[in-house]
Design a protein around this ligand. Structure first.
Ligand code: NAD
Ligand code: WQD
Length: 337
């Protein structure tokens, strides 16, 4: 089967494209390379031992999207393309709404016009806002504290409206918790532009000497060691979650929503200590003020995905950090060298 992967040159998309190729699917990546590089695709192809089709295009261009769908006729679309920085979304909300929401609408319009109905949507645990309780289940109330999160929440809502309007649609909404790690080869991985805002990429840069120390945002949270707790999930497990969701959209109509997390929370200090153990590097750190908008503790109840998709995360924090360190130490400057 051919699967179209929007944003397939990006962090999660490249790992999922490789998992699709390794499962025998044909893959078309559609990406504008606004936050990725073609080298990622070359490495996916090298790891899979076969080629994938690449269409350099922007989801803001409806005609090109429609032509790409009409030409490739994918069995399903996995839609990763989007901007993802919470901080940037506060300063450039319109860019986020245009890119993420208009991009999704253009894609859905093109799918309707070409009579294609199956799509997997990258959502985020950010749609739970400040969780009332952890672990978070899918039926937790939804709210967001930032424009980025709003694009995910509205994206989910418009998929629900479409699914209710016509049985030909089939949508899997996947709410990722905190994706980290990389393919065990160390050949592909997360390569943020500029200074990373996420914890693990930042710690990795400290470990290779590109940043002097980690600022720990808050040491007074109501958690066992006072630092924020998150559900870090290996990107390889996440990729496997997309293959499970693909089976679902091929066999069902309507919309399903699933958390993709491990169900385990880890604190910032635990992550830093694990990185020290795995890398053998000392990671200087200091506690600074809380980061605005951060929640104390967020981790998933992943039981619904296990029950309905037969998917469960297999790898723990050590494996995630080992694989991140392999990628980071072999590619200290990312794909650029
Ligand atoms: P990423 O930035 O590495 O990948 C996104 C890809 O989409 C990039 O290759 C980028 O060039 C491309 N892209 C962006 N806008 C585009 C457009 N208009 N047209 C064509 N291509 C476009 O991000 P990622 O970490 O791989 O995230 C993938 C998806 O998962 C995003 O939708 C993100 O919001 C969501 N998500 C990510 C996380 C996370 O922490 N990484 C967590 C939850 C949800
Ligand atoms: C993790 C923990 C920080 C950096 C974000 C988005 C979310 C989703 C995933 C897309 C927190 C602490 C971090 C640092 C630190 N993305 N931290 N020093 O905030 O849980 O989630 O990425 O959908 O929407 O909000 O992830 O990696 O930024 O932070 O102390 O330099 O590490 O306070 O407790 P977060 P993160």
């Amino acid at each position: 089967m051919r699967i179209l992967v929007t944003g397939g040159a990006g962090y999660i998309g490249s790992h999922t494209a490789l998992a699709l190729l390794n499962s025998g699917h044909d893959v078309t990546v559609l990406d504008n390379f606004s936050n990725s590089v073609p080298e990622a695709i070359c490495r996916v192809s090298e790891l899979a031992g076969r080629r994938l089709q690449v269409i350099e295009a922007d989801l803001g261009d409806p005609q090109t999207i429609k032509r790409a769908l009409a030409r490739t006729r994918p069995a399903a679309v996995i839609h990763f393309a989007g901007l993802k920085s919470v901080g940037e979304s506060h300063s450039q909300p319109l860019r986020y709404f245009s890119n993420n929401l208009s991009g999704t609408l253009n894609l859905l319009n093109a799918m309707q016009e070409t009579d294609l109905g199956r799509l997997i949507f990258s959502s985020s645990a950010t749609v739970y806002g400040v969780p009332d309780e952890v672990p978070v289940k899918e039926d937790h109330s939804l709210s967001t504290t930032n424009p980025y999160g709003r694009t995910k929440l509205v994206g989910e809502q418009l998929l629900a409206d479409l699914a209710a309007s016509d049985v030909r649609w089939s949508f899997a909404v996947l709410r990722y918790f905190n994706p980290v790690g990389s393919h065990p080869s160390g050949r592909i991985g997360e390569d943020p532009r500029g200074t990373p805002s996420n914890l693990v990429p930042y710690v990795g840069r400290v470990a290779v000497g590109r940043e002097p120390l980690v600022n720990i945002f808050g040491g007074d949270y109501p958690t066992p060691d006072g630092t924020g707790v998150r559900d870090y999930i290996h990107v390889e497990d996440l990729a496997a979650g997309h293959l499970a969701a693909l089976e679902w959209v091929l066999q069902h109509s309507g919309i399903g929503v699933w958390n993709l997390g491990t169900g385990q929370g880890h604190s910032v200090l635990e992550v830093i200590r694990m990185y020290e153990q795995v890398s053998g590097q000392r990671i200087p750190r200091r506690i600074v003020a809380r980061r605005q908008g951060d929640v104390s503790s967020s981790y998933a109840d992943p039981a619904k995905a296990e029950r309905e998709l037969g998917w469960t995360a297999r790898q723990g924090l050590r494996e995630m950090i080992e694989d991140h360190w392999r990628w980071q130490s072999r590619n200290p400057m990312g794909y650029g060298g």
